[in-house]
Design a binder for this molecule. Sequence first.
Ligand SMILES: *Cc1c(COP(=O)(O)O)cnc(C)c1O
Length: 423
Amino acid sequence: MKFETIALHGGQTVDDTKSRGVPLYRTSAYLFDSAQHAQDLFDLKVPGNIYTRLGNPTQDVLEQRLAQLEGGKAALALASGTNAIFYTMINICDGGDEIVASSGLYGGTYTMFDAILPQFGITTRFADVNNPDSFREKINDKTRALYIESVGNPALDVADIEAFAAIAEEFKLPLVVDATFTTPYLLRPLERGAHIVVHSLTKWIGGHGTALGGVVVDGGTFDWTQEKFSLYNKPDKGYHNMRFGHDLGDMNPLAFIVRMRTVPLRNLGGCISPDNCWMFLQGLETLSLRMERHSENALSVAKYLQGHDRVEWVRYPGLEGDSQYEKAVRYLPEGAGGMVVFGIKGGREAGRRFIEALSLFSHVANVGDAKSLAIHPASTTHSQLSAEALATGGIGEELVRLSIGIENIEDILEDLSRALSAS
Ligand SMILES: *Cc1c(COP(=O)(O)O)cnc(C)c1O
């Protein structure tokens, strides 16, 4: 099946109730058939439901659908995008291991890598996403993963995923891509050589700003039996001394997601609610249509801003002449997504006046809603970052971040025009 069809049908097997919609299973636990069945479930000898922290039938449809849409082998949905990133990194790295990551990351991810993971003995060396060779220089014998965003937040740099995949291949490392800003409709990183894809479902996949969630999709192509990946090669004392890289039988190729479900999720508990899974399934049904309109509207906004005398500069990867345009042509042929950033003349104060004067656009912290949104990152989402980290992440005081919605483009441009005059 093609993308638009999978988005509507993937992962659902119509059950005895003949429900056309995916049923929402609001339950915490599931009956065991017998004492033996219970034991087999706990020993991972048979598949099945035990407890909703570990999985739920509504969640299962969402996971299968997302794995199919990405061209992956398995997926795990979690409480938030942040949670998906955290479990991914602690499912790869042991204490003492290192990550090489882009310096231009989502603010919360940057803080996780820079300030939280070190508590677990996992350290990150940051490099320049626009220069893949700068990653090569930061790799050493402790490196266990390369981490990038398909389109970075908020600078909107497009990652040359194939160049990163070549480096990952050379050093036998997994390439992890946060593809929240592109969604599987615009870009499928696994097809370009990435090994693991993470998303915040909260944004365009949900699309309505009504639920939080995240997902990790495994391409099933990475060799975790290499000795340096200790979590897959040493007996796991939390799980009957199982060696996750070796002892799963038929499921060995899915070791990454099996371990994430049975170790971090089972014991740290960042599960997604069945209700939110159900809402993300509704969002997925129209993802292709929404991403087309988001991209079309965002390109119109970028062109409008480019010609405006209150605007210092505009960044939209799909805008001809943009520094990211060539990469956008290669990686985002279906559209460059819904995000536009620009520098407003008059810096911080003009930025504040602009935000205050918007009326159709909502001033909020998230992105990827069907409605148009705006924020000034330097004073909000990225305010935890030092001036130096802001500069290396490409975030100036004058930068305004727009998440362009699917309203009528004339109403969007009229609101921007009024606010720019007021700035
Ligand atoms: C929002 C976002 C996250 C975090 O996701 P939550 O669902 O808010 O936890 C991670 N990465 C990117 C690129 C995001 O936009």
